[in-house]
Write a protein that binds this ligand. Structure first.
Ligand code: IMP
Length: 426
């Protein structure tokens, strides 16, 4: 495995949790490199459900190392709650590391996230309200606070004062809201810092050392390619680099060090929040996908918009991530659908497009051209071998492989950890 990264090829919620968990079993080190608690992985182990928002799935294996990389934005209170909830279920934190360069999501970021959304009116993005965008803004504006600042009382005080000066001014003068008390903010942050301090370290250095020693490192991407700040459907995106390249600056590993990228794609598509979704099915088939696929957000509980697989978008994801093979998830949800549609290209005002337009308005006007594939009736959730799948399910998988020119090596047939078909070496 060496150094492998897994990324979502859609708008997040591709079912990465299961693929990540499976790959994590073969890894020594599991790393998150971007995003924050806007993400939510559900992992089911022996019927026990774990919902992880910030902490890498590797934490479920006591002997493996779990790393929160520097490209993340971390809400310290949310992290402590997640740690406490896992410790209560006897999960060990002996091999847990947080990058000292990861940025902090602070209470004013969450307030700003909400206020900025309100201000956007009909142009709202539908964010998760976790303060992710405003935290990345502060990072780029060089007024962010980092994990490492929590280790130094004087430095933390100085940086927090400067950040609050700015944010209280904006909150009070621009938004007519109450600002935050410095002392209260400092006390709660310093206290959180005391508890997080044992885990905070230079993780880029550790990762390089572990790689040199031949340890297998696995990067778990959060969100998906179409939510990437540069390669997604801007501005309806998140604020981090969700594509595989994000591993390099998010975790501090050079590009040549990544050996393999796995793209996770759901057998259909979903989106939460606003923005274009050419293959969205607002009718009864879309509703059926939502109910049978339990398509409600792990983080916010919002119903997901549902629709059909979109090949131009998948091709875009394969290209910008340099994907080596695909994992197809939730194909069991398609059982019982008489017809399975797949978008092969688009028409916009009489013009044909075979690739995803980078112009998001244009993407919003795309009318998909569909191939229609026959469905299957059988329950496939207990199938372990590709050859035992119904013929039409196999045809659907073959079809995607041919269209993408990539193998599908993992096929998810149900939510449990073992409900997956593995084809060949990973
Ligand atoms: P933010 O990341 O909270 O700023 O939200 C920006 C956009 O990304 C919104 O459309 C969110 O719904 C979407 N988003 C963020 N995180 C996830 C995720 O983990 N899954 C799906 N959508 C997400």
């Amino acid at each position: 495995m060496s150094v492998t990264s897994v990324v979502g090829t859609q708008w997040g919620d591709e079912g990465k949790g299961k693929v990540v968990d499976l790959m994590a079993r073969q890894a020594d080190v599991i790393v998150r490199f971007q995003g924050g608690n806007n993400a939510g992985h559900t992992v089911i182990v022996n019927g026990d459900k774990f919902e992880l928002h910030l902490i890498p799935s590797g934490i479920l294996y006591p002997e493996k190392k779990s790393v929160m990389g520097g490209g993340m934005v971390v809400n310290p209170q949310a992290l402590l709650e997640e740690i406490d909830a896992l410790k209560e279920r006897n999960i060990s934190f002996d091999n847990f590391y947080i990058s000292d360069t990861a940025h902090l999501v602070l209470p004013y970021h969450m307030v700003l996230d909400r206020l900025e959304e309100e201000m956007r009116g009909s142009e709202k993005l539908g964010t998760t309200s976790r303060g992710i965008g405003p935290a990345y803004v502060d990072k780029a504006a060089r007024r962010g606070l980092r994990m490492g600042d929590l280790l130094h009382r004087e430095r933390l005080a100085g940086r927090l004062k400067a950040a609050l000066n700015y944010h209280n001014h904006i909150l009070e003068k621009a938004f007519n809201q109450k600002g935050f008390s410095y002392q209260e903010a400092f006390n709660s942050l310093w206290e959180a810092g005391r508890r997080l301090a044992p885990y905070i370290t230079n993780t880029a250095l550790l990762l390089d050392r572990w790689r040199e020693e031949g340890q297998h490192i696995f990067f778990e991407g959060a969100q998906g390619t179409l939510l990437d700040i540069d390669h997604g459907s801007y501005p309806y995106v998140t604020s981090s680099t969700t594509v595989a390249g994000g591993v390099c600056h998010g975790a501090g590993l050079g590009p040549g060090r990544i050996d393999q990228v796995i793209g996770v794609t759901k057998a259909y598509m979903t989106r939460v929040g606003e923005g274009p979704f050419p293959t969205e099915d607002k009718g009864k088939e879309g509703k059926r996908l939502r109910e049978e696929g339990h398509e409600y957000g792990v983080t916010t509980g919002r119903p997901r918009r549902c629709g059909w697989l979109d090949l131009p978008l998948l091709r875009h994801a394969c290209r910008v991530n340099g994907i080596n093979f695909l994992a197809l998830t939730k194909i069991d949800v398609l059982s019982g659908h008489p017809e399975i549609k797949v978008a092969t290209g688009y028409m916009v005002e009489g013009e044909e497009f075979m690739e995803m337009p980078t112009d998001t308005d244009l993407l919003g006007r795309c009318e998909p051209a569909y191939d229609s594939l026959p469905g299957w009736e059988e329950d496939i959730s207990q199938i372990k071998n590709f050859d035992d799948l119904p013929e039409n399910a196999r045809k659907y998988i073959d079809y995607i492989e041919k269209k993408m020119g990539l193998p599908i090596k993992l096929i998810g047939v149900g939510p449990e950890r073992n409900q997956v078909i593995v084809r060949g070496d990973l």
